[in-house]
Ligand binder design. Sequence first.
Ligand code: KG4
Ligand code: ZN
Length: 343
Amino acid sequence: MRILGIETSCDETAISIVECSGNIASPHFTIIDSIINSQASLHAQYGGVFPTLAKREHIKNLPILLETLMQKHDQKNIDAIAVTQGPGLEPALWTGIVFAKELGAQWNVPIIPTNHMEGHIISPLLQAHQEEVRFPAIALLISGGHTQLIKVSSWGHYEIIGDTKDDAVGEAFDKVARILGLPYPGGPHISRHAALGRVRHTISPFACPRPMLHSKDYHFSFSGLKTHVLYAAQKIGEPTPEEVEDIAQGFEDAVTEVLTKKTFKAIEDTGACSLIIGGGVVANTHIRETFTQLCKEHNISLFLPTQEASTDNALMIAAAGYITYLKGNLDTTDFKADGNLAL
Ligand code: KG4
Ligand code: ZN
């Protein structure tokens, strides 16, 4: 079946068309088309996403994106519409839901309320010729809003076993970037500066703490790490380009070590044979490379989304919508936006 996906949970307005087939044990996805409008540059002046502005932009962009996409596709081939129900910013989520409901009524197709986090979990399957995920699997979701470890027993069956106590990892990247005077969203800038530091030395002279590294659970905490960078930056005053690189590298190393140690503890304790990583922070080269190396050493199958499918997008929403459809939760036209929607 062909699903139109709609995503408006944060600052990306996105619409996609995905051909979905297979059963819940073995779903398959073929990308037909996708269009995305990022508002990141508009929110940059606020140093984070400003919900009212996001809402206004989604309302403006959704009809434009749909018209552009549907110029190339026949509406009669769309069998259902999957829309993000949550989690996310409620005013932003509402815009997508209202738009989807109106479109569903107009096209006479069912609406599938979809979980954004399930979208990130399923995002690696959007790659062509993807091998099948063996279960149990561990999913590590690292984005601007989430840092979660999830036990995946099968598609559609999830148990959150670890979460952040304070800042999400992407949020920490963004805050550290701000401290260093780098633009929003800060993740890619920290990553670039850290890579320059890594050319000069494998271990940064700027040592950072590893919060909760030895706690017996799978939880995370990143706000202390951010505060450590803040105090160090205040002490330095005006950092030189090399000092910015050293701090970025020290911070990235600490985050990577905490993420990898906790994830592999979860893998060992649950007997998982696959690791799925999703969310915008998976775009980070150092984190990707470190996980790739460790998975090879531990003989764990690693599933990473492409760049296109890692940051917020509507392809993953269409794919997750298909899982919801296969589970039989179809067309609840009276559903509401839920900013804290659980998996
Ligand atoms: O999944 P996503 O697009 O949106 C949310 O659901 O939050 O993730 C956005 C987050 C931002 O915090 C951004 O700084 C971070 O992903 N990010 C990165 C990189 N690229 C994006 N963090 C570290 N390194 C990167 N290369
Ligand atoms: Zn996301």
